[in-house]
Design a protein around this ligand. Structure first.
Ligand code: FAD
Ligand code: UDP
Length: 368
């Protein structure tokens, strides 16, 4: 690792880093060293079998979904897929209701019998409290479903998840979650929805399995950078770390996970149950067998507890953070041999497919 020159050094073995490494190695024929400070590849999408043999996600549930045929086809060279449509319940007033809010949710919650999309739309319009202009995560939801449903489904969850009130967060955060007038109870409606048949870690191992790629885990870039010899750098860690936080730290939200295996076949009625009540410390519980389709007399679950401390998981979308990010981006733009890619390095609340698309586009520009 230290005794030779590399064409490309990739910092981070998550989706951003692994896709960039694969392209530079397999398409451009360059030598690539991939390092990650964690002791495994896969970044936050890493999964592993626990003591009960159930495939669990160490950093919380990762459901693959995309509308991009290019991304799906690209990844399909490295994995088979298990068709999977994700469903979520929210515990509200002691009852588990379909989430995102759809017509069934409204009927069950309020004892209604809305029978068509038109009736549901008319009901929503009657309770909505439109806000103009829509700027915050509160505005989006209150403007669509009114304050009472906002408070039951969104306010507490968001305050726990982000440590901020929805009125302090960009509209884009809660706008990730649709409100439906039909009875579609799937979490996503993308054209491709599937899980890697053997898991994400197996997918990453295949992405990185190329004679031009060397992977070294448990290595922090900032400890080894002066000893390494490389032409170009792909950096997928937090962008403020790269520049010694010279413009101040960028906030990233973290999570703590509690993983458990229970001696029961089923724990809950859906893959994920959300807990919007602010008095409940966790935001959601995931039961992994739904994701994998595994059969077992026991089941493995994880609780998520949001935290201001710990590994960076989520950029925090709000105007002042975006302004600070832009100051770092200006520094990044002045470094033509360094590519900043991924959720932490471009400070964007991206899903996995968006990170893959961003990496493929960055590679295409770099090859020109
Ligand atoms: P990461 O996966 O964070 O990888 C960056 C890597 O860089 C890390 O492994 C880190 O250790 C390494 N690194 C950082 N600094 C250094 C350094 N100095 N030296 C060496 N290595 C370093 N997306 C979906 O599409 N569907 C989902 O259902 C979904 N669920 C999610 C649930 C949770 C709880 C979280 C946190 C995210 C979820 N995501 C989901 C988003 C998904 O995790 C990201 O889009 C994707 O993993 C980002 O990939 P990345 O390579 O940009 O970053
Ligand atoms: N959200 C909420 N209640 C829920 C689920 C989500 O208020 O039951 C809000 C919350 O602010 C969350 C955002 O919607 O951060 C986006 O939700 P998503 O499920 O996309 O979050 P992720 O899976 O990325 O953590």
């Amino acid at each position: 690792m230290l005794d030779r020159r590399w064409d490309v050094l990739v910092v981070g073995a998550g989706f951003a880093g692994a896709v960039m490494a694969e392209r530079f190695a397999a398409d451009a024929g360059l030598s690539v060293l991939v390092i990650d400070r964690r002791d495994h590849v896969g970044g936050n999408a890493y999964d592993e079998r626990d003591a009960a043999g159930i495939l669990v996600h160490r950093y919380g549930p990762h459901i693959f979904h995309t509308n991009s045929r290019e991304v799906f086809d690209y990844l399909s060279a490295f994995t088979d897929w298990r068709p999977y449509e994700h469903r979520v319940l929210a515990e509200v007033d002691g009852r588990c209701l379909p989430f995102p809010i759809n017509r069934t949710t409204l009927n069950q919650l309020e004892g209604l019998s809305l029978a068509s999309e038109e009736e549901a739309e008319a009901y929503l319009q009657a309770i909505a409290e439109p806000v103009v202009p829509v700027r915050t995560s509160e505005d989006v939801v209150v403007g669509r479903v009114g304050r009472a449903l906002y408070e039951r489904f969104f306010r507490g969850y968001t305050r726990k998840q982000w440590g901020l009130d929805p009125s302090e967060l960009d509209a884009s955060v809660t706008a990730r979650v649709p409100v439906r007038t039909n009875a579609d109870d799937r979490y996503f409606t993308d054209s491709f929805q599937a899980m890697p048949a053997e898991g994400y870690t197996a997918l990453f191992e295949r992405l990185l399995d190329h004679p031009n790629i060397t992977v070294s885990t448990g290595v922090d870039f900032f400890r080894v950078r002066s000893a390494l010899d490389f032409d170009r750098l792909v950096y997928t860690g937090p962008i403020d770390d790269y520049f010694d936080r010279c413009h101040g730290p960028l906030p990233y939200r973290s999570l703590r996970f509690r993983h458990e295996t229970l001696p029961v076949e089923r724990f809950q009625a859906a893959a994920v149950v959300n807990y919007p009540d602010e008095a409940v410390p966790h935001t959601r519980i995931t039961e992994y067998k739904y994701l994998t389709g595994q059969q077992s007399p026991c089941t493995s679950i994880s609780y998520e507890y949001p935290s201001g401390e710990g590994d960076p998981y989520y950029p925090v979308p709000r105007p002042e953070n975006q302004a600070r990010f832009r100051a770092y981006q200006a520094l990044a733009d002045a470094l033509p041999d360094v590519m900043f890619v991924g959720r932490l390095a471009t400070y964007r609340y991206y899903n996995m497919d968006q990170v893959v698309a961003q990496a493929l586009a960055t590679y295409r520009r770099a090859r020109r």
